[in-house]
Design a protein. Sequence first.
Length: 148
Amino acid sequence: MGFTDPAARRGGTLRLRVHFPDEILPDGEPLVAAGAHFQYNFLFAEPAPGGVKLAFDTFGQPRVTSAVLRPDPRGHWLEVDLPAFRADAYGQGGVGDVVVRLDGREVIRSRQPVWHFPEGWEALGDNPYGAVCRDVFRGWVLQARWVR
């Protein structure tokens, strides 16, 4: 998978089983991060009236957010496609489509540049950069795997 086994092959669509906390903290909570300080690619949840929004932030680019989503206490399947997640060029930056799906429904699509990063510089539910949102996701990430 690449997150728990440092030698495992990475790349493709990152598929997560996510349970959101009852309330997202006002500053937002991290879901997926990859990059380095001042060169990050970040997906996080932020509070919104009536639910949550997913937000994607690449350092130096405008933030992209979803419409308001209503969390299901049974959890969700979250899928993340980034140009830098391509299996044939994992970690390489460039311009491409950032696509986020929740339970199979596309909630974010944005063509933009993303930063490069070395293998091992990814994080789930953690904010290693101290930017954009809180330090930790208070919900649950129960599964994470690469789908090719």
